[in-house]
Design a protein around this ligand. Structure first.
Ligand SMILES: *[C@@H]1O[C@H](CO)[C@@H](O)[C@H](O)[C@H]1NC(C)=O
Ligand SMILES: *[C@@H]1O[C@H](CO)[C@@H](O)[C@H](O)[C@H]1NC(C)=O
Ligand SMILES: *[C@@H]1O[C@H](CO)[C@@H](O)[C@H](O)[C@H]1NC(C)=O
Ligand SMILES: *[C@@H]1O[C@H](CO)[C@@H](O)[C@H](O)[C@H]1NC(C)=O
Ligand SMILES: *[C@@H]1O[C@H](CO)[C@@H](O)[C@H](O)[C@H]1NC(C)=O
Length: 241
């Protein structure tokens, strides 16, 4: 009876390791959600678990849930290249595992406007500084740009870029920019994510308590299925001995 405890403990610990590593995130390079036509971009899927077989997929106005390397893009191990962007590459992109697990979703806009707004693709963390850049197709120095949020002019910047210091939830919105009155960028949504509440956590909990809570969280929320399967296998083995 005493020996039976060991495999359980081992299973418990390994299942925690397995379950913790399974969050994928999709990033785009250059870091922008807007692109001019006939430029190039690449996307990569960063994940903890290298064995699951993720693919990069998209929805556009013409196509639904198509894979990189099949009808669009060139696929390499964990990235996808679009050699020459076209208007129809505008859409939402994500990575997806064989079992259906998905990453964050990113919005890409390819435009024939003469101006784009370079803004963060991923949500900005509350309290961080964020810089928006208003860019023309042929780079020119010191162009004054006007920045709009939700349709209203918020700032005119002689340098073409605007920094929002210590971003707050209220900065979330739809941004665009103008360089001279007729050259307007498409709009892009900027989302703000809440700061992890580590500092405002109730009384400085001891590391052991945090560990126990974290273990419970994993056990109850993230991998009950996985643990059950392993426990059943373990029980079966013990019985057959
Ligand atoms: C994933 O695993 C393969 C083979 O096991 C290896 O060649 C590759 O470099 C790994 N990729 C990453 C991103 O860890
Ligand atoms: C892609 O389009 C399909 C069909 O309209 C929809 O069910 C799915 O939620 C979309 N995916 C994303 C990430 O928007
Ligand atoms: C993508 O853009 C649409 C329209 O601007 C917006 O409603 C949606 O929230 C955006 N999705 C993401 C993941 O940024
Ligand atoms: C543009 O920049 C140059 C040097 O960087 C400066 O000499 C010039 O005054 C600037 N023009 C305007 C309109 O700000
Ligand atoms: C954000 O900007 C403020 C004001 O300029 C500066 O004091 C602070 O160091 C910046 N924070 C980060 C994280 O760069």
């Amino acid at each position: 009876m005493i020996r039976m405890k060991e495999p359980f403990l081992l299973l418990f610990l390994t299942s925690l390791l397995f379950c913790k590593e399974k969050q994928a995130s999709l990033t785009v390079s250059p870091r922008s959600s807007q692109f001019f036509q006939w430029t190039s971009l690449s996307m990569s899927c960063e994940m903890g678990d290298n064995t699951t077989g993720w693919r990069i997929r998209r929805n556009t106005t013409d196509e639904i849930e198509t894979d990189c390397g099949v009808t669009w893009g060139t696929s390499t191990a964990f990235s996808c290249q679009i050699g020459l962007t076209a208007l129809w590459d505008s859409g939402v992109y994500w990575c997806e595992a064989k079992d259906g697990a998905t990453s964050n979703v990113i919005n890409i806009t390819v435009t024939d406007h003469p101006v784009i707004l370079q803004s963060p693709v991923l949500p900005v963390m509350e309290g961080h500084n964020v810089t928006l850049l208003c860019k023309t197709e042929s780079p020119r120095s010191n162009l004054s740009a006007e920045f709009y949020k939700d349709g209203s002019l918020i700032r005119t910047e002689p340098t073409g870029h605007m920094t929002i210091h210590r971003v707050a939830k209220s900065d979330e919105g739809l941004y665009k920019c103008h360089i001279s009155s007729d050259n307007e960028s498409p709009p892009s949504w900027i989302s703000v994510s809440e700061k992890p509440t580590t500092t405002s956590a109730p009384p400085p909990s001891t590391p052991t308590l945090q560990l126990v809570l974290s273990l419970l969280h994993h056990l109850l929320v993230i991998c009950p299925y996985f643990i059950c399967t392993l426990l059943m296998v373990s029980l079966y083995r013990n019985r057959s001995k």
